[in-house]
Design a protein around this ligand. Sequence first.
Ligand code: TMP
Length: 212
Amino acid sequence: MSSTGLFISFEGIDGAGKSTHIEALAQAFAQQGRQVTLTREPGGTPLAEKLREMVLHDAMDSLTESLLVFAARRDHLQQVIEPALARGDVVLCDRFTDATFAYQGGGRGFDLTVLRQLEAWVQTSAHGLRQPDVTVWFELDPAIAAQRLAAARVPDRFESQPVAFFQAVSDGYAARAEADAARFVRLNAAQAREAVWAQLHASLVQRGWLSA
Ligand code: TMP
């Protein structure tokens, strides 16, 4: 749990449509008088954004990829997330460690034991193991996501992967959600945008994080 702030991460395969909802949620929290820190991974600090460019565009093996996303996360936690939570902010983070378990662990098939070790090293602070208070998972059939992505931007190293990769990523998310069900809000991202938003808003109201 965060000491005073609220830490929410957003997850899902590429094309699941997280971004507009994260923006809307930032506005909803701000309207209720909360300070909001809106950030993303890999990224969120100058150093982590440089690492993001490498991870998204340079060829590398999956251990290197895992080390870089965790190096970016360490800097991000120290420079942005922990100070924001200590101030009492709502931190809305577009992806966090579940993405590493889903993409490097599920998609790339990298060793989960090593990932768990890196998670413990990078996320342990005086408060214990830092995890989001809530993780919103936008669940979408990889075939539908692929159709959405085909019409979008020039793909990076992940977006250009075949549907089977994203199925493995989804399985990685499912395993994380099962292991820590209380932390996860699962949204059906195949619904119309308004319906996804209604489900997201209601789930946070129900948990007492947002007022109706
Ligand atoms: P984004 O496009 O949602 O900002 O995410 C960037 C890409 O990086 C996305 O394809 C997922 C991938 N990624 C990982 O592979 N491992 C990670 O730990 C994170 C945070 C993202």
